[in-house]
Ligand binder design. Structure first.
Ligand SMILES: NC(=O)c1ccc[n+]([C@@H]2O[C@H](COP(=O)([O-])OP(=O)(O)OC[C@H]3O[C@@H](n4cnc5c(N)ncnc54)[C@H](OP(=O)(O)O)[C@@H]3O)[C@@H](O)[C@H]2O)c1
Length: 271
């Protein structure tokens, strides 16, 4: 079995990449497609999505569809489901997640922060719940959450962003603990400074120079797909110190300690 055949067998026919129009999401979609998995590309801007759709068909020959969906909208999952139809989604990638504001919490209207929470937390939870359930039933699939070193600690001008990224990390660790018994992979990929158009827009907005050393989205995408079966975490910068093997042991220990109160979990059914 070739590596790409093994990938397609492990994850199934279709992947959703939420936040695919540029940067890491765009590269992840190209890598997923090159492994023979069809792509459903989501972002707000239709133009770049259609350009990527064409590129993917040309490069990989797989089926590809795209749709303009605002992941910060309360109806995001309904809109995604309308695009998905009866396609079997075996991989859900949550990439859109940056904070475009770089502002102190009280210096912006609360609606801006609620939009960030809606996109990074509520839409992610809804999508992982919907697609994760189907994956668990089929006993195959993957959830890939693109996270950040901001998950590790708070800082000025990061209140809501760091909060959502911390949520994402612990959410992924816990989902990994539950879904590993059902052959569903879960990985939180914690990025540090990465050369994306969004980061460059932010640097221009804040008047900061472009850093000399930044990770490349293409390299990140390669590593993400290689690490996906070995969750729950892989990262750069502040998350580089979190060895996946150590995190796995911690998650298992917490599961065991909390069973005194929570009882034995659904994993028993997975055996
Ligand atoms: N770049 C870094 O240095 C860095 C560092 C740490 C962590 N990260 C993490 O890496 C991920 C990607 O970051 P990024 O720098 O590429 O910026 P990003 O804005 O999170 O991601 C860009 C992609 O998300 C889409 N997007 C953004 N908001 C959306 C919305 N409301 N609805 C639908 N699509 C949306 C964008 O397309 P449209 O504009 O067309 O919607 C684009 O395709 C994020 O989760 C971020 O937290 C990045």
């Amino acid at each position: 079995m070739t590596a790409s055949h093994a990938f397609a067998t492990r994850y199934g026919a279709w992947a959703i990449v939420a936040g695919a129009s540029e940067g890491v999401g765009r590269e992840l979609a190209r890598r997923v497609a090159s492994n023979g998995v069809g792509c459903i590309l989501l972002a707000r801007r239709k133009g770049p999505l259609e350009e990527l759709e064409g590129l993917i068909r040309e490069e990989s020959g797989v089926q590809c569809v795209s749709a303009a969906v605002d992941l910060a909208g309360p109806d995001a999952l309904d809109r995604i489901l309308a695009v998905v139809g009866d396609k079997e989604v075996g991989l859900y990638v949550s990439n859109a997640g940056a904070d475009p504001f770089a502002s102190a919490f009280l210096d912006r209207e609360v609606g801006d922060w609620l939009g960030l929470v809606q996109r990074n937390v509520l839409t992610t939870v809804r999508c992982c719940h919907h697609f994760g359930r189907l994956m668990r039933q089929r006993r195959r699939g993957g959830l890939l959450l693109v996270g950040s070193g901001a998950a590790i600690g708070g800082a000025e001008r990061m209140a809501t962003y760091a909060g959502t990224k911390a949520f994402e990390l612990r959410f992924a660790e816990s989902l990994w603990a539950e879904l590993r018994h059902f052959e569903v992979d879960v990985l939180c990929l914690g990025l540090a400074t990465t050369d994306t158009p969004e980061l460059r827009r932010l640097l221009a907005q804040t008047g900061q120079p472009v850093p000399r050393r930044m990770a490349s989205p293409a390299r990140i995408a390669d590593i993400a797909l290689a690490r996906l079966p070995r969750g729950p975490v892989y990262g750069w910068g502040p998350l580089a110190g979190m060895r996946a093997a150590w995190v796995r042991e911690r998650v298992k220990l917490f599961t065991s300690l909390s069973s005194n109160v929570l009882g034995r979990g659904t994993h028993v059914l997975g055996r």
